[in-house]
Design a protein around this ligand. Sequence first.
Ligand code: HEM
Length: 364
Amino acid sequence: MKKYPPAYYSDYLGLDKLLSSQELLSKKYDSEAHDEMLFIIVHQAYELWFKQIIHELDSVINMFRHEYIDEVNIGIAVSRLARITDIQKLLIEQLRILETMTSLDFLDFRNFITPASGFQSFQFRLIENKLGLDPTQRTMLNEKGYRSYFAEKHQKQLKESEEQSSLFHLVEKWLERTPFLESEGFNFWESYKKAVITMLDEDKQTIINNPIISEEKRQKELNAHENTRENFRAIFDQDKHDELVHKNLRRMSFRATHAALFIHLYRDQPILQQPFKFLTLLVDIDELMTAWRYRHALMVLRMIGTKIGTGGTSGHDYLKMTVEKSKVYQDLFNMATFFIPRSTLPPLPDDIKKKLGFFYTTQQ
Ligand code: HEM
């Protein structure tokens, strides 16, 4: 067996460097603030976890760059995305530790750190870009894009990360390639459409016949019902779908949306369980990002009230705005709009199961 030199714990983990990287600005400026150590360590812990998230995301992105993705890789991607969600849960919990620092304690050193801000977290922006945050949805700050608030070396890398295929785009392509959407003798869309129309007609009758609501309420409900019908039209009509994409109300392509819907509706089939888990994890990651953003905005409110941020935004108001504007997988989030009861779904034919490469039979 090959011999390797003995590893030493501290050297292996680079602890000399890591543990000497907490330089308190308050100490440097002869006004040492006890809580600045906590402030630095919490941020550093975040950045370490961001590094791990990027490591996992990059590996999944690399798998999805290929035209053909083996079923085994979907399983690996699922376990890596699940790891990201566990880290994210920890990241939300971690804010609590920072909240043991009071607002007054923060004021002891806040002046020293201006204009640095989490707004300039390079790795956080990389995560957003790799997940597929739409650059046009980003908020301009003083009429400048977020990249201009970074050092030059980071600006370049951020631009590159925007230009590379994000997980969103690769997943969209993967969904578009799924072979089971058209198959001879399998009229899923026809059966689905019929079931949808029956369901919508029944819903409408329920509203019309409801004896306990006022006429005004009935009209409101009928209007809402018409909106639902309109949403469904976009599932059947590519032009309608593209119109919604144009208005930023949908993002995923028509074909990818169909494939995602199909996977959700037929998720009980063993062949679709991993793809279903995969899509669900993307929604989980998006939701946990949103939860972190909201939780961070609340912490900021109790920490600095409605003061502006050290990075120059309006602070809490800006952060509240990014909560809603930063969702990436909105189409997958809203998928439930198009679900119909299992009992109305046409059965999946054998040739489709074969096409997906997850088929075993003892019959000749
Ligand atoms: C005392 C604690 C904190 C305060 C008062 C605070 C405050 C703020 C404020 C006001 C902003 C808006 C940008 C600005 O004007 O500066 C911001 C953005 C941000 N902060 Fe914090 N923050 C704190 C802790 C943290 C921690 C621990 C992290 C973890 C890395 C973090 C990450 C971020 C990120 C990623 C943004 C950008 C959000 C976006 O643009 O969507 N912050 N923070």
